[in-house]
Unconditional design. Sequence first.
Length: 132
Amino acid sequence: NLGTMIEKEWKETVGTAIPPEDAWRVLDDWRAKQKEIGLLYCGRSGTAVLSALCTVRTARNGVLQLKGEGAGASLNLKLAKFTYGPMQVWPRWPAPPTVEVLALQAYLATGEWVVLAEGYVPKELSPLALPM
């Protein structure tokens, strides 16, 4: 039951809110162009932080499937809130400087946060994309 899994719904988000259909259009465009994107996944309460460089394999019916070199991911984004726009990140966390990327962010109903950024190459497995 998804209702029991939702502990704290996202009330504050970073970026400009966009309707889900616009987010899926962005993802499908990345898929069609085989665009390489950076992925940052932050588990609920910081329980897991994963980063990767990947391409979109499929984006439909609320499920995003990504593929990278030797790995893949499948994310259920059916109930996500989306934002899209510029975002400041620290590619060499904690060392400066920050850089700006164009990011599609998904705030999942279960508390996870997913950032997909155009042209961003993760440098290490650490909290790479903390909003300023």
